[in-house]
Write a protein that binds this ligand. Structure first.
Ligand SMILES: N[C@@H](CCC(=O)N[C@@H](CS)C(=O)NCC(=O)O)C(=O)O
Length: 261
């Protein structure tokens, strides 16, 4: 049996997807924390593993695997444990539809808001010359732009408005879909739920005017059901930052409209 090493940041967004998939399957792995806020992902040790300087990366034996959603599918296909993709073709299509929607459309909008309110403020006060050198080392031009905007706070009003519009639409679609079945895209817990939880686990805190037990009861039921799973608890226990500790909001049995400021 080859060993598995996962290079990841927090149980959040792209890093959290393969972390939670591995834990759901019961696959033991070496957890290699890459401190994104210290720019570890652009340092030579990590670039030797993934020259793009993005996280996560999974190493399985000789194989170096990138792209969080594709890694989750690899994990599900390769290892034993509960199946996270059903056999039914229509359900597989629906799961992949939702993962594409989240990865390409909804995720970047959540991410822009998260980088503005958490990532930028977390690093902004450091020595400007050190920050400039860190930005200059970033291999991908689009990541360089994201960091520059996060640090300077220069996200434009228009792009933030568009992200907020997409998040609002995404919340409406999630609520509609979750009114139809217990899990997001299938009658069984699947990769779509893992993907979605990584984006939405702190929704009632991040979007209090759009998501709570009164406005989006199905989303809240779904988030609490995922949070109650032993793998999710174990995964989020690996979190170090205040960003991911927000998950404990789901321990509240009821979050009313206007309750979270
Ligand atoms: N499509 C890639 C995206 C990877 C990605 O951009 N990850 C972010 C963290 S969620 C990252 O590496 N950020 C570090 C940086 O931009 O320096 C995936 O799904 O794995």
């Amino acid at each position: 049996m080859h060993s598995v090493t996962l290079y990841h940041w927090e149980p959040n967004a792209n890093s959290g997807k393969p972390m939670l998939a591995l834990m759901e399957k019961g696959v033991a792995f070496h957890s290699h924390y890459v401190d994104m806020l210290s720019f570890d992902q652009h340092k030579p040790d990590y670039l030797a593993v993934n020259p793009q300087g993005t996280i996560p990366t999974m190493v399985h034996g000789e194989r170096v695997l990138t792209e969080s959603t594709a890694i989750m599918e690899y994990v599900d296909d390769t290892f034993g444990g509960p199946k996270l993709m059903p056999d039914d073709a229509r359900e597989r299509w629906r799961i992949r539809w939702w993962m594409k929607f989240m990865d390409q459309w909804l995720g970047p909008s959540f991410s822009m808001i998260g980088w503005k309110v958490f990532v930028g403020p977390a690093v902004r006060d450091r020595d400007p010359a050190e920050l400039q050198a860190a930005i200059d080392r970033i291999p991908l031009p689009e990541r360089r732009v994201a960091w520059r905007k996060a640090i300077s706070g220069e996200f434009g009003a228009e792009e933030l408005q568009e992200s907020q519009r997409r998040v609002a639409l995404g919340i409406r679609l999630l609520e509609q879909e979750l009114a139809r079945r217990p899990w997001l895209a299938s009658d069984q817990y699947s990769l779509a739920d893992i993907n979605g939880f990584n984006l939405a686990y702190a929704l009632p805190l991040a979007q209090p005017a759009l998501s709570n037990d009164e406005l989006t009861p199905n989303i809240m039921r779904w988030l609490r059901a995922i949070y109650a799973r032993p793998a999710t608890r174990a995964c989020w226990a690996l979190g170090r930052t205040s960003l991911v500790k927000r998950v404990t909001i789901l321990e509240q049995p009821h979050i009313g409209a206007g309750q979270v400021a």
